[in-house]
Design a protein around this ligand. Structure first.
Ligand SMILES: [Zn+2]
Length: 70
C-alpha cells in the first residue's frame, strides 16, 4: 500500500506519516492524528485533508536530495 505523506510545516518538506492508505480511505480519514516528524523531530497533527498518498512505484525524493549518479 502507498505511504501517506504530509507537508512538514517546519521544514516544508514532504514527510511520510508512517501510515499507509489508499486514496478512498484518505477521504474518510477525518479525525486528527499525530506523528513524530522524521525531518524536524517535532510532533505534527494531521488529518486526511492535510495528507496525500504517495504516487508511483518509487518514493518521492525531497528536493534537496541530489540526483542519482548515472
Ligand atoms: Zn516536521
Amino acid at each position: 500500500m502507498p505511504r501517506i505523506i504530509i507537508r512538514c510545516p517546519t521544514s516544508g518538506q514532504d514527510v511520510p506519516t508512517g501510515h499507509r492508505s489508499q486514496d478512498f480511505e484518505l477521504q474518510t480519514m477525518v479525525e486528527t492524528r499525530s506523528f513524530r516528524c522524521p525531518v524536524c523531530q517535532q510532533v505534527h497533527a494531521w488529518s486526511g485533508a492535510d495528507a496525500r498518498v504517495e504516487q508511483g512505484p518509487t518514493p518521492m525524493a525531497p528536493l534537496a536530495q541530489p540526483a542519482l549518479p548515472r
